[in-house]
Design a protein. Structure first.
Length: 260
């Protein structure tokens, strides 16, 4: 497969960066709080069967910070306009962590453009008695150590030395993440009331060693979305699409192919 192409689109007055590659039915990936901008092996493999579209959210990375961005609902409405402007229909929407929260909120509002929905360790709800970790209190090293279950992957990530541009993007991402997820921490108290509105085939994926959002949140999400399916990956932290890329690709691909 050829390398993805980089595009910029202006939607709702906000210029956003995206990577786009592959052929087939559209697969729109919504990233987590760490941002996007890199064509991961996960995307490369999916691009063998789908047209993979990976935008950076407003306020993240190389995308603009719009005046209108205040909450997750703003992201959801933005991506509904995004799909409309790009003429995307029958979309396989995949969101991880923050992106999973956005994807769930979007599907509650309007599932019309969607064919399937995959939520990978999504934020967005609160489970009584099962607190999430407070990511805003972690040092950069603690963040890396808490994202992965595999010690080798932790050490590899810690050896990376970001350049000045990357450090600026990381700071921008952290500020935007705090803006939309600070209070209450990483959830919307109203979202769970409306998850029953999601009426497209839905797959939920979780790592059994997730230290950011505990695995107990997986069954909670499954029970709130009618007909949804939960898959738990062993020996996996908060980023299944990175730590267990091949397994996650297989789950997503098989789910989409089997969806009716």
């Amino acid at each position: 497969m050829s390398e993805p192409k980089e595009f910029y689109e202006t939607i709702a007055g906000c210029k956003v960066q995206m990577l786009r590659g592959g052929k087939g039915a559209p697969l729109l990936f919504l990233h987590g709080g760490g941002g996007a901008g890199v064509w991961l092996p996960f995307f490369k493999t999916l691009a063998d069967k789908f047209e993979v579209i990976v935008p950076e959210h407003p306020g993240f990375g190389r995308s603009d910070m719009p005046d209108w961005l205040d909450n997750i609902g703003d992201f959801a409405n933005f991506y509904l306009e995004f799909m409309d402007k790009l003429g995307l229909t029958g979309v396989n929407l995949v969101g991880t962590s923050l992106g999973g929260w956005i994807a769930a909120d979007l599907a509650v509002r309007d599932s019309g453009p969607l064919r399937t929905l995959t939520l990978v360790a999504p934020a967005g709800i609160h489970v009584q008695g099962v607190p999430k970790s407070d990511i805003f209190l972690w040092t950069p090293e603690q963040t890396v150590r808490n994202l992965f279950a595999d010690p080798a992957m932790v050490e590899m990530a810690l050896k990376r030395t970001p350049d000045e541009e990357e450090r600026r993007r990381q700071m921008k991402n952290a500020l935007t993440m705090a803006k939309v997820g600070w209070q209450p921490r990483l959830y919307d108290p109203h979202l769970r009331k409306w998850l029953h509105r999601i009426d497209v085939p839905t797959l939920i994926v979780w790592g059994d060693s997730d230290k950011v959002i505990p695995p107990a949140y997986g069954p909670a999400y499954r029970d709130l979305i009618p007909g949804s399916r939960l898959e738990v990956l062993k020996g996996c932290g908060h980023l299944p699409h990175i730590e267990k890329s091949a397994e996650t690709v297989a789950l997503v691909t098989n789910f989409i192919e089997e969806a009716k």
